[in-house]
Design a binder for this molecule. Structure first.
Ligand SMILES: C[S@@+](CC[C@H](N)C(=O)[O-])C[C@H]1O[C@@H](n2cnc3c(N)ncnc32)[C@H](O)[C@@H]1O
Length: 321
């Protein structure tokens, strides 16, 4: 058995007997006007954050959801797409596909606006997505890619890149680790399947996304996720895992490197009305402008005329880069 078989077996088990609180952080799923999320779907919330960003789901995009789980986020995406096949949900575990289909039937009974054919559940896996090149607006995955070993992660990110339209978005939520996870935990296949031991550090995680070709990454949230305590996990010190929500754009990587937005801003405090670095960054005096980390590092050289603020780990648009 490979670690992927172990993961498939684990998700077959938790499809048949829901494990409340398996991955999710302590928060209720996003509520939207007129959306009723069936209780069983909430019990099968196996995501560690949210990949659904309402402000960007206008014009009924086509969404490919990888690793359907109990169908909670597929339903939330369908709330915005509202058309047959607007959400394509892929999962290799037949018991999970069946559970999601059952849960979506319940959702239909509880939501007059919803038709089960809004979500097209297909067998398949993250390494061979059953859709054409350049065909979807959004690819989303929640708490799945962290399970993958490095080569498989590269394949999964490459597949997401392949199927996205130019300019399309990869919306993810995954655990990350505040320091490298030791080998004895990484090799524990069941812990890996439970999203507890495959996590990369923030730097490595973001670099993998860029390696797949994504030219812009926005960090939407970063919060504590789980603590691996030293006794239970045989560690020299406790190890904090965080959960990271991100959106990566299929745009060309600029010559001087990808743009990573983590919520930094630059503020001009000089004697002119505005600051222009001649490279496309214009800052009005006293007004924070959102900048990517690369630009923030360049503008920091102009201190004290320019102040660069710290990452807020929440960025959702605007700014100059
Ligand atoms: C941690 S659960 C997350 C479920 C869902 N995204 C959520 O937020 O509730 C991982 C999901 O990925 C599925 N899965 C496991 N291996 C997979 C693979 N190789 N490709 C795609 N999905 C996979 C599992 O069956 C399960 O539905």
């Amino acid at each position: 058995m490979t670690y992927l078989d172990t993961a498939a077996q684990f998700y077959s088990e938790v499809a048949q007997t829901p494990e409340v609180g398996l991955c999710c952080v302590q928060s209720t799923p996003m509520q939207l006007p007129g959306l009723n999320i069936p209780l069983t779907m909430q019990e099968m919330n196996y995501g560690c954050g949210s990949t659904v960003h309402p402000a960007e789901l206008v014009n009924q995009p086509t969404v490919l959801y990888v690793g359907v789980g109990g169908g909670l986020e597929a339903l939330q995406f369908a709330y915005f797409t509202r058309r047959q096949g607007g959400v394509i949900a892929v999962d290799p575990v037949s018991e999970m596909r069946q559970a999601a289909a059952r849960n979506l039937e319940i959702a239909k009974a509880e939501n007059p606006w919803f038709e089960t054919n809004f979500v097209d559940i297909r067998p398949g896996d993250a390494f061979n997505l059953p859709v054409e090149d350049n065909s979807v607006d959004v690819v989303a995955q929640n708490c799945l890619f962290n399970i993958f070993e490095p080569e498989d992660l590269a394949r999964a990110l490459g597949e997401a890149y392949r199927v996205l339209k130019p300019g399309g978005r990869l919306q993810m939520s995954d655990p990350i680790a505040t320091r490298p996870i030791p080998g004895h935990l990484q090799q524990d296949e069941r812990l890996r399947a439970m999203c507890l031991s495959g996590a990369l550090t923030y730097e490595k995680y973001v670099q993998r996304i860029i390696n797949a070709g994504f030219g812009q990454v926005e960090i939407r949230a970063r919060r504590p996720y789980r603590l691996l305590d030293r006794k239970t996990y045989n560690l020299s010190e406790n190890l904090l895992l965080e959960s990271l929500d991100s959106v990566a754009f299929k745009v060309v990587i600029p010559e001087d490197g990808a743009c990573i937005f983590t919520g930094k801003t630059a503020i001009y405090a000089g004697s002119e009305e505005y600051f222009d670095d001649g490279a496309g960054h214009i800052l009005q005096k006293g007004v924070p402008g959102g900048v990517c980390d690369k630009t923030a590092a360049k503008l920091a050289a102009y201190a004290p005329e320019i102040m660069v603020t710290n990452s807020t780990w929440h960025y959702d648009g605007g700014g100059c880069c």
